[in-house]
Write a protein that binds this ligand. Structure first.
Ligand code: ARG
Length: 587
């Protein structure tokens, strides 16, 4: 169904036309002076030049024609030429109850696109740290928003599983257990099924090996050699690598699941290894790639560049592939397998130059067709109170697991405070609300902006927070439950014309859902869903504080109010769902 502002603009256009003006001038927007009116139209100002008339004269002409409109209760021309509008309560209630009766609140679906979202950014053998929080949370929400509006979306974690870190881990394992059969080049037999390390051992091996490679040049050279050997298919290294991958992926899945983040594809850099020779030959044959100082590169500079734009390196002089190489080959594979209309990447914003190079290279070498859009979203960092990327109290890199645990503990403390809930139940609720606190705290900021992680604020039940949103939904659910316990039924309820200003304001907020979710999808902007939810929660709470609901004596009015509550609940739950968290039954 049509969006509210479009309907109002149509009505307004008719009035402009009836008064002898261009209907295109009748664009209606939400008022920026809510003290004066609910909606406004500035078309008279825009038309003044065209019609050589004072704007107020045009506004007066149009206002006169609007008296017959069913959409507006009041249309006042105000100096110098504004049209200040108030909506008709009947028109609004009709619109909102039609929304309630339709799937997805009557959302008109945009043209269906096939979209791949590359997010998460996990690296094998390295624990997830807070730097991985934002791409996972933002990507998951964008995926859900795009699906909600009807697109076909494939989420891919694109594991970092093929670079130098693998060589480092292999050398780290070799140092600890040099006798392992994986390092015996003569060995022809089958390799053991069981991994020679646990996840906690693996997580010690990588940082130790990485630190060592910075001081010990020979160790680093050995790790680089191991990386090449692995990539070239040396059996023992491949077998060991499989173990690293399996142990690590099992742990990653557990961690992501704790954040309600789920990928359709668990592909990684290694998956396109076999495609690299073909891609390299194609780039050479096409005259795109050439050898420079031993390495194979593609120039991606453009004349209009004002900043330095180094060539995109495809192969290092030792023949090893790089982060670029696998990303480009992945684009080639994605085009072949999925033929997407769009590929969206979400990474830390410090990878901006990198993605610029990769995208330019993919376009120049025609790995992507002109119809496929490559889009990169660079996220800002989550900072500590010192304004620097969030650290542990000791100053180290914070593991994601620990951040989540600390948030849960804080949430648990707040939930136990002043509530009668058993420890076990409180724990369950705290888990759910903590995820909401983290995710909402993150998503309510624009992706590109940095923000400060403030555990006390994020877990608060008041203000623009996840717990406040959930608390509001839970409050609505408990009113509805009470009504049912009293023998009432929620079937066949019918929303009614607003009986108060706060009820009308709530209905007007509900009416904006369709426009909001459409623009959140188009602009890949989950923060718009958060802003909407917060306004909706505020509008509801304001209405709730001044309205009798269950004690309302007029049965018809009571049922109308309950219908409104059901709609608010459903819409808030739909928003929570696309943000990627859940509403508990109680809290
Ligand atoms: N693993 C990478 C990192 O930790 C992020 C991967 C992002 N995706 C991509 N296709 N490059 O920085």
């Amino acid at each position: 169904m049509k969006k509210l502002l479009d309907l109002l603009s149509e009505e307004m256009g008719k009035a402009f036309e009836a008064a002898g003006y261009d209907p295109a001038l009748g664009r209606v927007t939400i008022s920026n002076r809510p003290d004066l009116c609910e909606y406004q139209c500035n078309g008279a100002m825009a038309g003044a030049k065209q019609y050589h008339k004072a704007p107020i004269m045009i506004a007066n002409d149009v206002a006169e024609k609007l008296t017959a409109s069913a959409a507006f209760r009041e249309a006042v021309a105000a100096a110098p030429g504004f049209l200040n509008l108030k909506l008709s309560e009947e028109f609004l209630a009709d619109m909102v109850s039609r929304m309630a009766g339709e799937p997805k609140f009557g959302l008109e679906l945009p043209e269906r696109k096939k979209i791949i979202i590359d997010y998460g950014g996990a690296n094998v053998a390295k624990p997830l740290h807070v730097g991985h929080l934002r791409p996972a949370i933002i990507g998951e929400s964008i995926k859900r928003i795009c699906r909600y509006v009807g697109h076909e979306v494939i989420g891919d974690v694109h594991l970092g599983d093929w670079g130098l870190q693998m060589g480092l881990v292999i050398m780290g394992v070799k140092e600890r257990q040099p006798g392992l059969v994986y390092f015996d080049e003569e060995y022809q037999g089958e390799y053991p099924q069981e991994a020679p390390f646990t996840i906690s051992e693996l997580e010690e091996i990588y940082p130790a090996a990485s630190a060592r490679s910075k001081e010990d040049a020979a160790f680093k050279a050995a790790a680089m050699e191991a990386t090449v050997k692995l990539q070239n298919g040396v059996r023992g290294y491949r077998a060991l690598w499989k173990h690293i991958l399996n142990v690590s992926v099992t742990d990653l899945k557990k961690n992501y699941a704790g954040l309600n983040v789920a990928f359709d594809l668990w592909k990684g850099e290694s998956d396109v290894h076999e495609l690299i020779p073909e891609m390299v030959a194609y780039m050479k044959d096409g005259g795109y790639a050439y050898i420079s100082e031993g390495a194979l590169v593609v120039d991606v500079k453009e004349e209009t560049d004002t900043k330095e734009m180094p060539p995109c390196m495809i192969l290092k002089s030792d023949g090893a592939s790089l982060y670029n190489t696998t990303d480009l080959a992945t684009i080639m594979e994605r085009m072949r397998l999925y033929h997407p209309d769009q590929i969206i990447y979400i990474t830390d914003k410090r990878q901006d130059l990198y993605f610029e190079q990769v995208f330019r290279c993919a376009r120049k070498t025609k790995l992507v067709e002109p119809g496929t859009e490559l889009k990169w979203i660079g996220n800002g960092t989550m900072n500590g109170s010192d304004g620097k990327p969030f650290k542990t109290r000791e100053g180290g890199v914070m593991r994601l697991e620990n951040l989540i645990r600390e948030t849960r503990e804080e949430m648990y403390r707040k939930i136990r405070e002043g509530r009668e809930m058993s420890g076990e139940e409180a724990e369950k609720v705290a888990d759910m609300v903590a995820v909401a606190a983290l995710k909402y705290g993150d998503l309510s900021n624009q992706a590109a902006k940095d923000y400060v992680f403030d555990i006390d604020r994020f877990t608060s039940f008041e203000g623009d927070t996840g717990p406040y949103i959930l608390y509001t939904v839970v409050r609505i659910k408990s009113i509805l439950n009470k009504y049912r316990e009293q023998g009432g039924s929620l079937d066949g309820l019918c929303l009614r014309v607003a009986g108060s200003e706060s009820e009308k304001a709530l209905q007007m907020q509900l009416a904006q859902f369709n426009a909001m979710i459409q623009s959140a999808a188009e602009e890949t902007a989950p923060h718009k869903v958060c802003a909407f939810l917060y306004d909706l929660a505020n509008a509801f709470n304001h209405f709730y504080h001044e309205t009798k609901i269950l004690s309302e004596e007029d049965e018809t009015r009571k049922k109308g109010l309950l219908a409104l509550l059901v709609l608010v609940r459903d819409m808030m739950e739909a928003c929570v769902e696309v943000l990627g968290f859940e509403v508990p039954d109680k809290m």
